[in-house]
Write a protein that binds this ligand. Structure first.
Ligand code: ADP
Ligand code: ADP
Length: 232
């Protein structure tokens, strides 16, 4: 039941005749409904791996199956379709449009998908509930705290009902307390059946996830699952 299946992927960047090997054979399975933190020193290949997982880039060699789609062999158009169907992205910068309300920002991906206004509003309100932000739906981003803006961005990532949420340093601009709140929101999302993979530099933040994968020099150095509590 893997949502992510990668087999011995390699990624090189070529500059003239120089080859920089960034991923040197990474194999990984992530099951549906996992909550995973990806860590590793700067330059270890985290962003490169996240770009591949997010179908923004393809590996130089190896296999990537995303929810049954063989992404490693896709052309750009097909890649974009899979990305739009399967993945919700969250970034360190919240990337909200300043002139739109929180609800309108959240509904925006549905505008692009051609969904009617009535259904857009229903869906946007539903995901605003999932991030506990229903009382701020009509506020503009500059009237919201950083944590609230990130919750809007998470709601926007959820509105298309993706099978995978990918977040690159989602707490990078937030204080510690707010960061933990955001990690708890991702935990709620995971417990509702979604899969969450995020990158963080911070140990305390990564520890909120259920599985911590460490990259070093383009290979997986460790992959540790927390024990699931017996009483839950
Ligand atoms: P991390 O996210 O862990 O810091 P990255 O995946 O961003 O690591 O980068 C790994 C290595 O790949 C670094 O040495 C970086 O300079 C190099 N790199 C990343 N993207 C490119 C690119 N588009 N072209 C050339 N080199 C790149
Ligand atoms: P706490 O923050 O109290 O230490 P945890 O983060 O360990 O709690 O767990 C919170 C919830 O996440 C629990 O209800 C548990 O069922 C679930 N959980 C913990 N580990 C895993 C895991 N490896 N896979 C799936 N769910 C998990």
């Amino acid at each position: 039941n893997s949502i992510i299946h990668i087999e011995n992927i390699r990624k090189s960047y070529f500059m003239g005749k120089n080859e920089l090997q960034v991923l040197k054979g990474v194999s990984l399975d992530i099951q549906k409904n996992e909550y995973v933190a990806l860590m590793g020193p700067s330059g270890s290949g985290k962003s490169t791996l996240m770009n591949i997982l997010g179908a923004l880039d393809t590996p130089t060699a190896g296999k990537y199956i995303l929810n049954g789609h063989d992404v490693s062999r896709m052309e750009d158009n097909a890649l974009a379709d899979v990305r739009n169907q399967e993945i919700g992205f969250v970034f360190q910068q919240f990337n909200l449009l300043p002139r739109l309300t929180a609800l309108e920002n959240v509904a925006l991906p549905l505008v692009y998908a051609g969904v009617s206004k009535k259904i857009r509003t229903q869906k946007a309100e539903h995901v605003m509930e999932m991030v506990n932000l229903t009382e701020r739906m009509d506020h503009k981003p500059n009237e919201l705290s950083g944590g609230q803006c990130q919750r809007v961005a998470i709601a926007r990532a959820l509105v298309n009902d993706p099978s995978l949420i990918l977040a690159d340093e989602p707490t990078g601009n937030l204080d510690t307390k707010t960061s933990y709140e955001i990690m708890d929101i991702f935990g709620d999302i995971q417990s509702r059946g979604n899969t969450v993979v995020l990158v963080t530099h911070e140990e305390d933040i990564a520890n909120h996830a259920h599985r911590v994968i460490r990259l070093r020099d383009g290979v997986i150095e460790s992959d540790v699952r927390k024990a699931v509590k017996a009483d839950s």
